[in-house]
Design a protein around this ligand. Structure first.
Ligand SMILES: *[C@@H]1O[C@H](CO)[C@@H](O)[C@H](O)[C@H]1NC(C)=O
Ligand SMILES: *[C@@H]1O[C@H](CO)[C@@H](O)[C@H](O)[C@H]1NC(C)=O
Length: 384
């Protein structure tokens, strides 16, 4: 009975001594909890303090493997076990009981708990666990879904934070649009531990919300600062309100509201546009000469991938607007004026015989005449 009790208490003492020594020894190795951004460099710290026992080896393990992947022997002989990985570098010092490693170009697969083990003589192994946490910043983008004008709610745009660890937060700032739009959020987990966050902005694609500026805001532990992606809501629609404006006496411009912008085609009903008479420069139709054969109905068609619409103009060139006619008319007037002037001069200066004199001359030969004489008579008179 008493022997059994003795055994029990001894075993209790033994267990508690073991626990205590483990606790004390674990505290002697200083490690850390490290967090690093994907692609970056980190230190895996490991230092043994408060020991007088000689150290025979420092070794490193990575969970879940239970084998060493790296060992350091005195004086400072570091070597890889089961293959090199030059991203690991021993930066400690055996003599200082410092087994720290530096790991550069950190990959997602490096995320694990590393264990640093000091082998003491005669006590055996003491170790510490160093968790390595990885952060992966997302690839951010905002995508236009190119909605067309309609009455049904559709996705207007999508904001994406791809491959983030931990998952990124994606929000939309919609300003004055208020409840005309709403956002949905969707997470996709990848096998490598990253998450893609997709947020779509939904709304009824009206002309009212067209052109509104909104912002997608992406935040996350893996990002040094929030990212703001501006987005303009663009509703696509076929040409509407096609107007023809008179730009000058001889040119007309076609104007239409459309998204994307309309292309314009000018044509003439029932006739072809004469290349020699008109110039079409984008939306503008210009007449090279204003002649009445250009008179007629002209059509402007505005089109984009979503539809087309036409507008018409009737062109009428009246004589007052005919420059060539004006020149001819003016010349005619000058000629007439000159002719009348010359006639008047001749008449008043006597160089041209007066009608009465002609009659008189005729009378000399034909005394009976008092009535208007025929043409031949006049010639006769001149001969005199
Ligand atoms: C280590 O740090 C990370 C991130 O700061 C934290 O989430 C984790 O709980 C910590 N782990 C330990 C074992 O302290
Ligand atoms: C994780 O996986 C996703 C999906 O396969 C991939 O797009 C991404 O590049 C990966 N991330 C890293 C850091 O390897």
């Amino acid at each position: 009975m008493s022997a059994l009790f003795f055994w029990r208490s001894t075993s209790f003492l033994l267990v508690s001594t073991l626990l205590q020594s483990t606790v004390i020894r674990a505290l002697q190795v200083i490690g850390g909890n490290m967090t690093v951004v994907h692609g970056g460099t980190t230190i895996l710290p490991c230092k043994l303090i408060d020991t007088t026992e000689p150290i025979t080896q420092i070794s490193w393990r990575k969970e879940p493997q239970n084998d060493n992947f790296f060992t350091i022997l005195p004086p400072n002989e570091a070597k890889f076990v089961n293959g090199r990985d030059d991203r690991f570098e021993f930066i400690g010092n055996f003599g200082d009981n410092n087994g720290s490693l530096r790991l550069s170009n950190v990959k997602l697969t490096d995320e694990a708990t590393f264990t640093c083990i000091f082998t003491l003589f005669p006590s055996g192994n003491v170790h510490t666990a160093i968790p390595l946490n990885l952060l992966v910043p997302p690839f951010t983008s905002v995508k236009d879904n190119f909605p067309t004008l309609g009455n049904e709610e559709v996705s207007l745009g999508t904001c994406i934070a791809a491959g983030s660890k931990p998952p990124a937060k994606v929000q939309w700032l919609t300003g004055t649009l208020g409840d005309k739009v709403r956002a949905t959020i969707h997470f996709t987990q990848h096998a490598n531990g990253t998450t893609t966050t997709v947020s779509s902005l939904f709304g009824v694609p009206t002309r009212e919300i067209n052109g509104h500026m909104v912002t997608c805001v992406i935040t996350g532990a893996a990002m040094s600062k929030e990212e703001r992606l501006p987005f303009t809501i663009q509703i696509l629609f076929s040409p509407i309100e096609v107007d023809i404006h008179t730009r000058s006496e001889d040119s007309f411009e076609c104007v239409a509201e459309a998204k994307p912008e309309a292309d314009f085609t000018w044509s003439r009903s029932n006739k072809t546009l004469l290349q020699s008479a008109v110039r079409v420069e984008g939306a503008t139709l210009r007449f090279l000469s204003m002649t009445s054969d250009l008179n007629g109905l002209y059509q402007c068609e505005a089109s984009n991938p979503y539809g087309r619409k036409r507008s018409y103009i009737y062109v009428y060139v009246n004589s007052a607007r005919c420059t060539a006619c004006w020149i001819l008319f003016s010349l005619l007037l000058i000629l007439i004026a000159l002719g009348v002037g010359a006639l008047w001069y001749s008449y008043t200066s006597g160089k041209f015989p007066r009608t009465g004199e002609v009659t008189r001359g005729k009378r000399l030969k034909v005394p009976t005449s008092s009535s208007p004489e025929p043409q031949g008579t006049e010639e006769e008179a001149r001969e005199l």
